[in-house]
Design a protein around this ligand. Structure first.
Ligand code: AMP
Length: 500
């Protein structure tokens, strides 16, 4: 099985259906898109790219991304989509680690990538440039035979700590992820569209095959970035629009205002914590069109999902608990909560979330040690702490390394953050631990907003156990984030140490 075969089939069975658009502009039918990918695959083969070779993409969201990714699979190679917002040094490191032979870039990244490319890179090909045109003028080739176990995508983890690692995702992993999405998140049908509002190197790109399989339109915003107004405009024009968005993006859309929520089919959020207060505000704006997924690069987009009807059903006695959860495990995977020695804990008890199933990566690229640790005992160790209740509702606590242990008690920053965010003066917050001689660690709240420590302390006293209250408050203009918008707690801990 080869994911590119889905595009090949779409070109043959539904050739006249619209496949690709740039904002409100239609660009290509399935016949045309498949033909472009087949020719570009021919060009890659002529350039010496063979099965299992790595071909990277460092690009802002761009319509050429779609054919390019498929051409890489078509020729049997492994795609390495990198976040275009990474620092040049980080890009160079990942290219070297992956041993990428060719790198496709959007024009805005050409100079930086060309300047930083390690020796393994033979060509840097700019989307729409002369080399790209030349490669795309080759004779089309047939889709390479691949087995479900063969690699399709090296997914470099976002690296909130240390060097990113390349999760090896196979064609089988991504096919199962696609079926899981279509069965449990959004049963996409022809005529729908996917607006690539989030990076195509990450969650949004991973949803591309589902939309090809179902003959929907892949729509790339003209800005190549995320602009709530532009997304609203595209949705109104196209209707039946779905998108994947990080919780911070949903929040920005809600703050900016959405003129026509009925233009959206599904807004899938995930990739980071959506605080209950923000989920409620989003529900007020979008209505029953929100779905949540919880996953990680190592089991892409597929650990659990909170269905749209569960998010929308305010009358349900468990509604608030559901909203604060990450839903139920996908049918495609088994999820288990385990203690430090890997033994399953009782329902309702906190432990590390372990995952087993057909979406779980084969390991990390050229990193046996980290692979062994992550896949010990045949289960993916997510590094996330969670609780599964007796109804199989999964609630995420925190990354295990972010849990604060104060006076021997575990404090989950997320719970404290949820509480602080209920104060209208708090715009953003992140809670970390600070080493302390008496307590082991004490709780520090890093806050963006107009509010006093006394007000926040009073709120905590009324809502959570005393030992969980922040002992210190720090106020910032903004919180440090990585390129996917995730708050860097490591950085906050450094700042806190330096300023102490
Ligand atoms: P990445 O591999 O970059 O996609 O990061 C995955 C990590 O993001 C997970 O291990 C979680 O810690 C976090 N994450 C993903 N989805 C969610 C979600 N729905 N709610 C809270 N955290 C999430």
């Amino acid at each position: 099985m080869n994911l590119a075969a889905w595009l090949d089939a779409a070109g043959r069975t539904d050739g006249t259906v619209l496949a690709l658009a740039s904002g409100t502009r239609d660009l290509a039918t399935y016949h045309a898109l498949a033909a472009t990918a087949a020719r570009l695959a021919g060009g890659l083969a002529r350039a010496g790219i063979a099965r299992d070779d790595r071909v990277a993409i460092v690009a802002s969201n761009h319509p050429d991304y779609v054919a390019c990714l498929h051409a890489i699979w078509w020729v049997g190679a492994v795609a390495v989509p990198l976040n275009a917002k990474l620092h040049e040094r980080e890009v160079a490191w990942a290219l070297e680690n992956a041993g990428a032979r060719i790198v496709f870039v959007s024009a805005d990244h050409e100079t930086a990538v060309a300047g930083a490319a390690p020796p393994c890179v033979e060509r840097v090909v700019a989307f729409g440039g002369p080399e790209h045109r030349e490669l795309s003028a080759a004779e089309p080739i047939a889709v390479a035979e691949r087995s479900a176990d063969d690699l399709a995508w090296l997914f470099y983890t976002s690296g909130t700590t240390g060097r990113p690692k390349g999760a090896m995702l196979s064609h089988g992993n991504l096919a199962t992820m696609t079926f899981a999405y279509l069965a449990e998140v959004d049963p996409t049908v022809p005529g729908d569209c996917l607006i690539h509002a989030a990076p195509m190197s990450h969650g949004s790109g991973l949803y591309m095959p589902a939309h090809v399989l179902r003959r929907a339109v892949n729509v790339v915003p003209e800005s190549g970035g995320f602009d709530p107004e532009e997304i609203g405009g595209i949705a109104s024009h196209r209707r039946r629009a779905s998108l994947f968005a990080a919780p911070t993006m949903v929040k920005r859309m809600v703050t900016a205002g959405v003129d026509d929520p009925t233009a959206f089919r599904t807004v899938v959020y995930g990739g980071g914590p959506m605080y209950a207060a923000d989920a409620e505000a989003a529900l007020d704006v979008f209505g029953p069109r929100l779905a949540q997924i919880y996953g990680q690069g190592e089991t892409p987009m597929t650990i659990s999902t909170l269905r749209r009807d569960m998010i929308a059903d305010r009358e349900h006695p468990d509604w608030r608990r559901r909203l604060a959860s990450v839903g139920h495990p996908f049918a495609a995977v088994e999820v288990r909560i385990a203690d430090a020695s890997g033994r399953p804990v009782e329902p309702g008890e906190a432990g590390e979330i372990l995952v087993h199933g057909a979406t779980v990566m084969k390991g990390y690229w050229q990193n046996r040690e980290a692979s062994g640790r992550a896949l010990a005992g045949g289960w993916l160790h997510t590094g996330d702490v969670g609780v599964l209740d007796e109804h199989r509702l999964l609630t995420l606590k925190d990354r295990s390394k972010d849990v604060i242990i104060s006076g021997g008690s575990n404090i989950y920053p997320r719970e404290v953050e949820e509480t602080l965010l209920r104060h209208p003066g708090v715009r953003e917050v992140s809670v970390i631990g600070r080493k302390d001689e008496d307590w082991g660690e004490v709780v520090v709240a890093c806050v963006v907003g107009d509010v006093s420590p006394e007000e926040l302390d009073a709120l905590c006293l009324s809502e959570i156990a005393r030992f969980k209250r922040p002992k210190h408050y720090r106020f910032y203009e903004t919180l440090p984030k990585n390129n996917y918008g995730k708050v860097l707690k490591v950085k906050l801990r450094e700042l806190d140490r330096d300023e102490d």
